[in-house]
Design a protein around this ligand. Structure first.
Ligand code: ADP
Ligand code: MG
Length: 384
């Protein structure tokens, strides 16, 4: 297969100015906490999305992908909610959001090659946005890739692209992970103030592997349900008189829940509050090298997402149950839920046995065959 720059040249009639890339992510713990001002703990995947790009001296964006048939040509000032529609919104939205934030950007020719599985809950959307943002920063001399503050500004623009142009009401975790994660570390992300810190995450030293299982279950329900969960959290925060549910962490949980009028709101709130606590518990356990405790916290997180937040599904539960039955330290769904991927913490020697057991369990349940792969914590968006 020709390399991306050659394909770019064949498509646009000139060489790209460069190639930039950004990673997908898995979140170790802290699910559905980002839009509650909470904590999350993602790692960057070795899987990346590349963006070959060249600067134009007009305002036109030409956007194509090796993964999609459709392409688009649009001026930055024509970009708006749902315009362009489809996958190109994730790219055009980034340039629009950077301009909205006051940065001097012009048009680009863009060709994307994504190696993050699309729609598997591994954040191919943020990998796409952040690879484009990195290209724009370098090509228009914005200098934002060179500092943590600059990267935060790029992540914010990428989140706006996803929320306001692509129309997906996601929190900021995915973009922050793609911009700030470093190799052999998890990123402790405080979504209230954007603060980040690096937590050593080097499983190899312990002979342990993080196994990702893409269940291949479509998350067709995801969009409406995601919005409904966000609405519940906003409503609960309103009723409790705080800006974010994060603000009631540390208060007696019983009293918080007693102040809410119905069982559903109580369960949603209990998930968010206990999940935020579990993030720092995992950070502590990782610092102590206590993987049994990390595993227990993974399972507690999964049960909370399944029973209180109600965003799991048959396939995700089956991965977790199988992993636990096979002696994994622990396992949980990761990402928004309703399909997508699960993670298992497992001894290196047990990986093949666990992958086979998961495949077998899916075959027995007559479910689409899942795909499992081991991952290591990798690096952030960069120029390649
Ligand atoms: P996830 O981020 O978990 O993979 P999303 O639904 O948030 O799932 O984003 C997936 C969407 O992002 C795809 O349906 C597509 O619109 C867009 N996308 C991601 N990567 C690419 C790519 N390489 N080429 C074209 N579109 C992409
Ligand atoms: Mg996404």
């Amino acid at each position: 297969m020709p390399r991306l720059p050659e394909t770019f040249a064949a498509l646009y009639g000139h060489a790209p100015d460069g190639v930039w890339s950004a990673p997908g992510r898995v979140n170790l713990i802290g699910e559905h906490t980002d839009y509650n001002g909470g904590l999350a703990l993602p790692i960057a995947l070795p899987h990346r999305t590349s963006c070959a790009a060249s600067a134009r001296d007009d305002d036109v964006l030409r956007i194509a992908s090796l993964q999609e048939e459709s392409s688009v040509e649009v001026r930055i000032d024509e970009v708006a909610a749902g315009q362009p529609s489809g996958w190109t919104a994730y790219v055009a939205g980034v340039l629009w959001a950077l301009r909205e934030a006051g940065y001097a950007v012009r048009g680009l020719d863009v060709l994307v090659d994504g190696r993050v599985p699309l729609g598997a809950g591994l954040s191919s959307s943020a990998a796409l946005e952040c690879s484009v943002a990195a290209a724009a920063s370098d090509l228009f001399g914005l200098g934002l890739m060179e500092s943590a503050e600059g990267r935060e500004a790029l992540a914010t623009a990428c989140q706006r692209a996803e929320n306001d142009v692509a129309g997906a009401p996601t929190g900021g975790m995915d973009q922050a992970a793609a911009m700030h994660c470093t190799p052999a570390h998890a990123l402790r992300l405080d979504c209230r103030d954007g603060a980040t810190s690096q937590v050593p995450f080097d499983l190899e030293a312990h002979g342990v592997v993080l196994l990702v299982t893409d269940t291949r279950a479509s998350h067709a329900l995801a969009d409406g349900q995601y919005g409904a969960r966000r609405d519940s959290c906003e409503k609960a925060a309103d009723l409790l008189g705080v800006e974010f549910l994060r603000d009631v962490v540390g208060r007696p949980l019983d009293e918080t829940l007693d102040a809410l009028p119905d069982d559903e709101l109580r369960r949603r709130t209990r998930h968010v509050v206990t999940e935020i606590d579990r993030v720092d518990a995992v950070v502590d356990a990782l610092r102590d090298g206590d993987l049994d405790e990390v595993g227990r916290l993974f399972v507690a997180s999964h049960e909370s997402l399944r029973d209180d937040y109600e965003v799991s599904c048959t396939e995700l539960d089956l991965v977790v149950d199988t992993a636990v039955a096979q002696g994994a330290f622990g396992a949980r769904m990761t990402g928004g839920g309703f399909g997508g991927s699960a993670i298992s913490l497992v001894r290196a020697d047990d990986v093949d046995r666990l992958s086979s057991a998961i495949e077998e369990a899916f075959a027995q349940a007559r479910l689409t065959a899942p795909v499992s792969f081991a991952v290591t914590a990798s690096g952030p968006a960069q120029r390649d």
